[in-house]
Design a binder for this molecule. Structure first.
Ligand code: PLP
Length: 373
C-alpha cells in the first residue's frame, strides 16, 4: 500500500513561528544592531549568581544531568512550601505542556474513547500545536470582548471527551488575568473529571496582591497542576527549565513518560542559583513593570489601544492593518510579534526590553505609525 509519508494531523500542522535570528536580520538589513521584543524574553538577563553557577558547571558537561533534578527539587520545594514529590521538571515549561498532553490525552483507542484538550481561543499556541501533533481532539472557546478568558464559557464547553484544560494566567498573548474567586468557582463547577493546568509562566511579574496562589488550590484538588518557568522573570530561557506543581500521583504519571535526562545540567544549576537571588528578581520585575507602563502609555497617546497586562509584554490594537507596521519596524531592525495568526490582524504584541530597547521601539514605532519612515 502506498501509505502517505506522515499522518494527516502532522501534515496539516503549521509549525510554531520562531522569528528570525537577530544576527540574520542585521546581516540582511545591513544594520548594526537589531532588537528582538517578540518572544517575551527577559532583556535584563539572568542573575549574576546564576551565570557564575552555570559557568562553574560547564566543565562537568561530560556528565549526564541529575535525572531526578535532586538539588533544584529540594530547593524549589522549600521555597514553594510543597513536598519534593509534588514537582516535575521539564526542558522549559513547554515540555511539561507536552508531557501533560502525551500522558493524559489522545485519539480514541480500541477500548477507550478519545481524550481531548480544551482551552481558550486566543492563548498560548503550543497547547493546540502539541494536541494536534499527538492526535488529541482539541477544542477552544471564544474570548470575552475584552480578550480575557471566558471561564464560564470554558466550563460550559466541558464534555465527556474533555481530559485536559489549559488556563493561562496571565494569558499569552492578551495579558489578561483572572482572580482567585473566578478560578475557584471554575474548579468547583467542572468537578473532579478533567485535569486543569494553570499556566503561570508570567507569575512573578504579577503584583503580589494579584497573585492567585494557585498552588494552594491543589490541596484537595489532585487533578490541578500549576506550570511555571525559569525562562521569564528569572531570565533563563536559553537553558530551558520549567516545572509543574501538582498532586504526587499525577506527577508520577508524567515522570513515567518523560525522558530520564530531560533537564540539562547547566539549567539545573542555573535555576537553583537564581532562586538564591531574590533581590535581583525583584529589580527585574520592578524594571519590567516600569517599562510596561511607559510603553502602554506612549502607545495610548499615539492612538493605539493597549490591553491591560501584568506580564512582561503588552498586546495592542493599532486600529489599522498591523502588517505594514510590523514590516516597517522590521526594516528598522525592531522585531515584535504580529497577531494575524491569532485572528487579530490589527494587533501587535511587544515585550519589555531594557530602557534603551524600549526607547528605540517607541521612537521607531512612532515614526512608522506616522509614516515618517
Ligand atoms: C504562557 C506560556 N507558557 C509556557 C511558555 C513556555 O516557556 P518555557 O518553555 O520557556 O518555559 C511560554 C513561553 O513563551 C508561555 O508564554
Amino acid at each position: 500500500m502506498n501509505r502517505p509519508l506522515v499522518p494527516e494531523n502532522i501534515r496539516s500542522l503549521s509549525p510554531y513561528p520562531p522569528g528570525k535570528p537577530l544576527k540574520e536580520l542585521e546581516r540582511e538589513l545591513g544594520i548594526g544592531t537589531a532588537i528582538k521584543l517578540a518572544s517575551n524574553e527577559n532583556a535584563f538577563g539572568p542573575s549574576p549568581l546564576a551565570v557564575a553557577a552555570m559557568a562553574g558547571a560547564l566543565a562537568e558537561s561530560h556528565r549526564y544531568p541529575e535525572s531526578t533534578v535532586f538539588y533544584l527539587r529540594q530547593r524549589l520545594a522549600r521555597s514553594l512550601g510543597v513536598a519534593p514529590a509534588q514537582l516535575v521538571f521539564g526542558n522549559g515549561s513547554n515540555e511539561i505542556i507536552e508531557l501533560l498532553i502525551r500522558t493524559f490525552t489522545g485519539p480514541a483507542l480500541q477500548h477507550e474513547p478519545a481524550r481531548g484538550v480544551l482551552t481558550a481561543a486566543t492563548t498560548f499556541v503550543v497547547y493546540q500545536l502539541v494536541s494536534q501533533a499527538h492526535g488529541s481532539p482539541f477544542k477552544s472557546v471564544a474570548m470575552r470582548p475584552d480578550l480575557s478568558l471566558d471561564l464560564d464559557g470554558i466550563a460550559a464547553a466541558v464534555d465527556d471527551e474533555t481530559a485536559l484544560i489549559f488556563l493561562c494566567n496571565p494569558n499569552n498573548p492578551t495579558g489578561s488575568t483572572f482572580d482567585k474567586a473566578a478560578l475557584e468557582s471554575f474548579l468547583d463547577r467542572i468537578g473532579p473529571g478533567p485535569i486543569v493546568a494553570i499556566d503561570e509562566a508570567y507569575y512573578e511579574f504579577l503584583a503580589p496582591e494579584n497573585r492567585l496562589d494557585a498552588i494552594a488550590l491543589i490541596e484537595g484538588r489532585p487533578r490541578t497542576i500549576v506550570l511555571r518557568t525559569f525562562s521569564k522573570a528569572y531570565g533563563l530561557a536559553g537553558v530551558r527549565v520549567g516545572y509543574g506543581v501538582s498532586d504526587p500521583e499525577l506527577i508520577s504519571y508524567l515522570d513515567r513518560v518523560r525522558q530520564p535526562f530531560n533537564v540539562s545540567l547547566i539549567g539545573q544549576v542555573g535555576a537553583e542559583a537564581a532562586l538564591e537571588d531574590a533581590a535581583y528578581l525583584e529589580r527585574v520585575v520592578a524594571d519590567t513593570r516600569a517599562g510596561l507602563a511607559e510603553i502602554a502609555s506612549r502607545l495610548a497617546l499615539l492612538g493605539c489601544q493597549p490591553y491591560s497586562t501584568e506580564a512582561n509584554f503588552v498586546l495592542f490594537d493599532c486600529r489599522r492593518d498591523a502588517a505594514p507596521l510590523y514590516e516597517g519596524l522590521l526594516r528598522q531592525g525592531v522585531i515584535v510579534r504580529p497577531m494575524k495568526g491569532y485572528g487579530l490582524p490589527t494587533f501587535l504584541r511587544v515585550n519589555v526590553g531594557t530602557a534603551d530597547e524600549n526607547a528605540r521601539f517607541l521612537s521607531t514605532f512612532e515614526a512608522v505609525y506616522r509614516g515618517v519612515v
